[in-house]
Design a protein around this ligand. Structure first.
Ligand code: DGL
Length: 263
C-alpha cells in the first residue's frame, strides 16, 4: 500500500542537506522533512551522551510529525545513537549514515586513505568496529577536523579560510600523497573542492549516495513508498529560525540536488 507521509532527515545542522540532495535525486516523488539542530551544532565536539540525548529527542519529534522513516544524516549522531533509536522504535525504518570506509578500501586496496571526521565519530565504538572490519585492506589515517562543520554551518564554504584551516589541520598527513579521502561528516561534501586541492586527490568518498540507496531499499521492503507521480516536497525545520539560515539551507540543497555538494 502506498504511503505519502514524509521521510524525516536529521542532522546536527546543515550538513545532512548533502544527504538530502541524494535522497531527492534518487526518490523525487517522495516528500522529505529535514530537521537540523543548528542551535546546538556542532555535535562533533560534545559528549557522546549529549549527542545521544539530542538525537533521541529530535527523532521523537520527527516521528510525532508523522514521518514514516528516519534518516540520521549525521555520522556523529549515527555513531552515538543509532542502536538506541532502533531498539526504541523497532517498527520504524531508521537509516544511519556512516563513513564510506568500505567503498574507499574496495577501490584502493593497500592504499593510503585519509578519513576526515568529527572527534566524536572517530572515538565512537561503532566507528572503531567499522575500521576494525576493514583493517588490513588499506592504511587508514584518522584526521579529526573539529572546526570544519562549524565553518560550513556559518556559511564558510570553499575559499581561502577553509583552505588555510585544512592545510593546518591536515598537515601531519600531507607529507605523502593520499590515494583517497573519506568525508566522514555530512558537512564536508560542501567543501569537497577545497579538500581535493589540499590533499591532492580527486578520489573522495562520502556516504550520501549509499545512504539514499539504502533508504530506497528499506522503504520498498516495508511497503512504505509513495505512489505519487509528481515531485514531492522538501520542508526545512531548524532550531535556528533566522532568515539567513533558511537561505543557507536552500543554497546548499540546490547545490546538493545538482549533484555538486560544493555550493
Ligand atoms: N554533520 C555531522 C556528521 O556527519 C556532524 C557535524 C557536527 O555537528 O559536528 O558527523
Amino acid at each position: 500500500m502506498a504511503d505519502d507521509r514524509p521521510v524525516a532527515v536529521f542532522d546536527s545542522g546543515v550538513g545532512g542537506i548533502s544527504v538530502l540532495g541524494e535522497l531527492v535525486r534518487r526518490m523525487p516523488t517522495e516528500s522529505f522533512l529535514y530537521f537540523g539542530d543548528s542551535a546546538n551544532s556542532p555535535y562533533g565536539s560534545r559528549s557522546e551522551a549529549q549527542v545521544r540525548a539530542w538525537t533521541f529527542m529530535h527523532t521523537a519529534r520527527l516521528l510525532d510529525a508523522d514521518a514514516k522513516a528516519v534518516v540520521i544524516a549525521c555520522n556523529t549522531a549515527t555513531g552515538a545513537a543509532i542502536g538506541m533509536l532502533r531498539r526504541h522504535w523497532p517498527e520504524v525504518p531508521i537509516i544511519g549514515i556512516e563513513p564510506a570506509i568500505k567503498p574507499a578500501a574496495a577501490a584502493h586496496p593497500g592504499g593510503r586513505i585519509l578519513v576526515m571526521a568529527t572527534p566524536v565519530t572517530l572515538a565512537s565504538r561503532k566507528f572503531r568496529e567499522l575500521l576494525a572490519r576493514h583493517a588490513g585492506e588499506a592504511e587508514f589515517l584518522e584526521a579529526p577536523c573539529p572546526r570544519l562543520a562549524a565553518m560550513v554551518e556559518s556559511g564558510i564554504l570553499d575559499g581561502a579560510e577553509t583552505e588555510a584551516y585544512l592545510r593546518q589541520t591536515l598537515r601531519p598527513f600531507l607529507g605523502a600523497p593520499a590515494d583517497a579521502v573519506v568525508l566522514g561528516c555530512t558537512h564536508y561534501p560542501f567543501v569537497r573542492r577545497t579538500v581535493a586541492r589540499v590533499t591532492g586527490t580527486e578520489e573522495i568518498y562520502d556516504g550520501g549516495a549509499g545512504t539514499a540507496r539504502e533508504t530506497a531499499r528499506r522503504l520498498a521492503e516495508a511497503g512504505l513508498q509513495t505512489d505519487a507521480a509528481s515531485p514531492g516536497t522538501v520542508t526545512f525545520l531548524s532550531s535556528d529560525p533566522s532568515e539567513e539560515h533558511r537561505l543557507l539551507c536552500e543554497r546548499l540543497l540546490a547545490a546538493a540536488r545538482a549533484g555538486a555538494s560544493d555550493a
